[in-house]
Each structure stands twice: as C-alpha cells, then as structure tokens.
Design a protein around this ligand. Structure first.
Ligand code: HEC
Length: 328
C-alpha cells in the first residue's frame, strides 16, 4: 500500500497519531528525568541526615546508652560505677547516690547500623554504611555498593563524593562518600594512632584480622559510603495515575481543532477544485470558484492560488471557445 491509496483525511489522522505518539514519548522521557532528579535529591537528603547523625555521634566518640543492653545486640564496650554505687551531680553540687548504671558504647558506625535497622524499604527507603575494608561482617558491600566504592575511589582526586544509579532489582541507589576525619583515627588510624582501649575492645568483638582491615587509614581517605536504597514507584504507573479528564480532554480538543482545520482549509477546498476541474473538462465553463478578480501574487494560501490558476484556465478556455464559435 502506498500513501496514494490513502485519502487526505486518513493521512491527517495518521500524522496526528504519529505526532501524539512522539509527544507522549517525549513527555515520558521528561517525566523520567524529572523523577530521577527527585530521587537523587531524596537520596542526598537521607545521606546528609545520616552524615549529621554520625557527626553528632562521632563528636562523643560514639553514643553511650544506659542499662539493660544485651551483648547480642553488640555494644563496643561497657563502663560501670564501682561498688555498685554512682553519684549524681548538677553544676558540681552532689545530688545523691544511685545504684550503678552500666553504660554501653555504640561507636558511630554501630549507632548508624542500629538506626539503619529502623529504616526499611516498607517506608520506601533504607540506608546503611558499608566499606570495602569492613570491620563488621554486616558492613560488607553488595554488588552495587562495591561498584560505587570503586567509582568514588577512581574519582577521589577530582573531589567527587556522590554516585547514583539503578541496581539490578530496579531500585534507586545513592552513595555518599565517608571520609576519615581526625576524630576517627583513634579507632581507624595507623597502629601508633589507635587508642589501646578501643583497639582491645574492637579485637575482642571482631577479631584481629577484621580490625587490621578497617584500620591504617589516613585523614581524608575514603573510609566507606553511606548507601541509600529507594524503592521507586513505577514510572509508567505514575504516568497513568497522572492521566485525568483534563489530559484526555486536551487531547480530544487538539484532535478536533486539527481535524476541523484540515477539513475546512485543505480537504473541502481540494474537493471543490477537483469538482471544478472535472466540470471544466466536460465543457461546463460558467462555474464560480469564488476567486474572480483575485491575483495569485496577492494571496499566500496555496489552495486559493490553485483556485485562481484553475479559474484563469477556465477563462482561457472560455475565450478560446468563443473565438472558435465566431470563426464558424
Ligand atoms: C570508638 C571507635 C570508633 C570511632 C571513633 C570511629 N569508628 Fe568507625 N567503626 C568502629 C567500629 C568498632 C566499627 C565496626 C563496625 C560496627 O561496629 O558497626 C566501625 C565501622 C565503621 C564503618 C563501617 C565499615 C566497617 O568497617 O564495618 C565506617 C564507614 C566507619 N566506621 C567510619 C568511621 C568514621 C568516618 C569515623 C570518624 C568520623 C569513625 N568511623 C569513628 C569504631 C569507631
């Protein structure tokens, strides 16, 4: 089938479909971009909140919590008052004696991990801190996280601190670099910088090999990443949810305007001219195309130009016929 076998109305309809199709594709693309942008911003704010929390925790060397903490949950170390008694003070003034509390230390990474356990994909997002040189087995990076760490290490000199993308399960992932600061060296620095008390506690908890892996860092080095996972709603579903009466109405209106214009300005005039040419060919020369006295140079519209030309053709034939008739 060639295009000649289609009427102009059919072609107009086809063109309309193609235009709407392309416009829809471009709209979905735009939606996707806007959406990804929103996800990056969400990932960044979650990561930044974690950074703030870690900074707060690190400023105290970790978070100390009170009694009734079970070893299974895994604090780094424990302190308690002597002889089962502790004293309470306020601005130096002794307030009284209390039975001894046990304080448990949650180093910044542990506190982060405990907090991260409260985050969940059920809420739409979760986060955790991981490292290629992990001390805790739970902090071992998954495939996407390993890729993110590799990327950030390769871009270290350029000061790139973020990486994002989609993983194999179509989840949106965001990574923010965690760099070693001075306050981290007592637990993650070189042998001479490590605090012997923390070192002993870490070895007791994770073993010598794990501690060796997660120490020996210098200030500024990439210690690991804050890894944010976001469960995104399906873009196509979102697009369908966005479709409402107004979208459909606008589309129908656009089609009607398009159709009305094609009918009135192209199809109808061409039908009229076809009929006129047909009549002229049969010798019917007294037809009126409604363009008498107009000149082609004076109009812009191509179909009116064609009508003027056909009308001139009609007039020429009429004059020729009259001359013929006189000669007879
Ligand atoms: C009081 C000791 C201590 C301090 C101070 C400390 N960390 Fe850690 N860090 C640990 C321990 C112990 C782990 C092992 C994981 C756990 O407990 O969850 C760890 C784990 C980590 C991890 C996760 C990867 C892994 O090795 O398991 C990162 C990332 C991390 N620390 C970064 C830092 C940064 C950055 C600082 C400084 C702002 C810092 N830490 C300060 C003790 C410490």
């Amino acid at each position: 089938m060639t295009l000649k076998n289609l009427s102009i109305s059919q072609k107009v309809f086809l063109v309309f479909l193609i235009v709407v199709g392309l416009a829809t594709l471009s709209f979905i693309h735009l939606l996707n971009k806007t959406y990804e942008n929103a996800l990056v911003n969400q990932g960044r704010s979650i990561a930044e909140e974690v950074v703030i929390f870690r900074k707060w925790a690190a400023s105290f060397g970790g978070v100390w919590t009170l009694d009734k903490y079970t070893p299974e949950v895994g604090y780094l170390m424990e302190i308690a008052g002597e002889n089962g008694k502790m004293k309470a003070y306020k601005t130096g003034e002794e307030l009284g004696e209390l039975p001894a509390f046990h304080f448990y230390l949650h180093n910044p990474a542990l506190a982060t991990r405990e907090l991260s356990k409260l985050s969940s994909l059920e809420y739409g997002w979760s986060f955790r801190a991981v490292s290629d040189r992990y001390m805790a087995p739970e902090d071992k990076p998954d495939e996407w996280e390993a890729k993110a760490i590799k990327y950030l290490k390769s871009k270290e000199k350029k000061g790139v601190d973020e990486y994002w993308g989609w993983d194999k399960e179509d989840k949106f992932r965001f990574a923010k670099a965690i760099r070693v600061k001075k306050s981290c060296l007592k637990c993650h620095g070189t042998a001479d910088q490590l605090d012997p008390m923390y070192y002993k506690a870490m070895v007791a908890k994770y073993g010598e090999e794990a501690v060796r892996r997660a120490t020996g860092y210098k200030e500024g080095e990439l210690r690991g990443i804050i890894s944010v996972t976001i469960q995104p709603p399906n873009v196509i579903q979102t697009a369908f949810r966005l479709i409402d009466v107004w979208n459909i109405g606008a589309l129908v209106l656009a089609f009607l305007i398009f159709w009305y214009f094609a009918k009135r300005e192209i199809i109808k005039p061409i039908e009229k001219l076809t009929k006129a040419a047909h009549d002229i060919s049969l010798g019917k020369l007294d037809i009126d195309l409604g363009v008498r006295g107009m000149k082609e140079e004076d109009v812009k519209d191509e179909i009116t130009k064609l009508a003027i030309a056909i009308d001139r053709l009609r007039a020429s034939i009429q004059i020729a016929m009259e001359r013929l008739r006189k000669k007879k």
